[in-house]
Ligand binder design. Structure first.
Ligand SMILES: Nc1ncnc2c1ncn2[C@@H]1O[C@H](COP(=O)(O)OP(=O)(O)OP(=O)(O)O)[C@@H](O)[C@H]1O
Ligand SMILES: [Mg+2]
Length: 235
């Protein structure tokens, strides 16, 4: 389904490890919710792992922590030997930009920009020269089957096409780890299966590690492993 690979992660992706991971959310009213406590897991380089669990089980909270987007109440997340949260915020942000990329349920594309401009954006922010960035963006858009749609704005694309652009944008910087929170949650069954298949093809071709939160049992079953989050821990 995908074109031959032109770029992959610059180095083999690191294993992602959680050690004693605990998250307590504190709300404005002083109310505390401990979503999970003492979680341990290890995700191997290049592995595709699905996180399943009921609504409110803490899947998004866990994904944010595994992606370096939040700070744990206690415990640690390692990418290889790097302890993510031992870093100051600006170092963590730079590390995250280099190694992690995200796809969300609701498309987060910039509506005023074309598909190609959306995919280019992370590279331009990172200082990649425009010609090189354009080449990489065009490559990625053709790998997700949207070469003919590159000048379209998000509003001119279907939901499935928008998620393909979001995938291209996430992968254009060759991240080590792709984290996705219900990436097919807004799509019909057939479109969801196509996006899930594309994600698997790209992961196989490019070698990145994938961590996917999903309610879709078929999508989860197609992954290498399922982590089931329940009552504050893995079942
Ligand atoms: N910023 C926050 N402040 C306070 N409580 C929060 C915050 N974020 C999440 N929570 C609470 O933590 C629990 C887990 O939320 P989380 O969003 O991780 O669940 P989820 O498994 O992703 O659910 P869903 O499937 O509905 O997306 C919920 O009870 C939620 O209300
Ligand atoms: Mg969630």
């Amino acid at each position: 389904m995908t074109a031959p690979v032109t770029v992959g992660p610059l180095t083999p992706p690191p294993a992602v490890r959680a050690e004693g991971l605990t998250k307590t959310h504190r709300s404005g009213g002083g109310h505390e919710v401990t979503v999970f406590a003492g979680l341990n897991c290890r995700i191997e380089p290049g592995e595709r792992v699905a996180i399943l669990g009921a609504s409110g089980a803490g899947k998004s909270s866990l994904l944010h922590l595994l992606g370096g987007l939040d700070r744990p109440t206690s415990g640690a997340v390692f990418y290889g030997s790097q302890d993510l949260y031992a870093q100051a915020s600006d170092q963590l942000a730079a590390f995250r930009r280099r190694h992690a990329a995200f796809v969300w349920q609701m498309n987060s594309l910039l509506p005023e920009f074309s598909a190609e401009e959306n995919v280019l954006m992370p590279l331009l922010i990172r200082g990649t020269p425009h010609a090189e960035a354009s080449r990489l963006a065009a490559d990625l858009l053709s790998q997700v089957g949207l070469a003919a749609r590159r000048t379209h704005k998000p509003g001119e694309l279907s939901g499935g096409e928008q998620q393909r652009v979001a995938l291209a944008r996430a992968l254009v910087g060759s991240p080590s780890v792709l984290l996705a929170d219900e990436p097919t949650g807004n799509l019909d069954f057939q479109t969801a299966a196509a996006v899930a298949g594309l994600l698997a093809d790209l992961a196989r071709d490019r070698g990145f590690t994938t961590i996917i939160v999903t309610h879709d049992q078929a999508f989860a079953a197609s992954c290498d492993r399922v982590l089931q989050l329940e009552k504050g821990g893995f079942r």
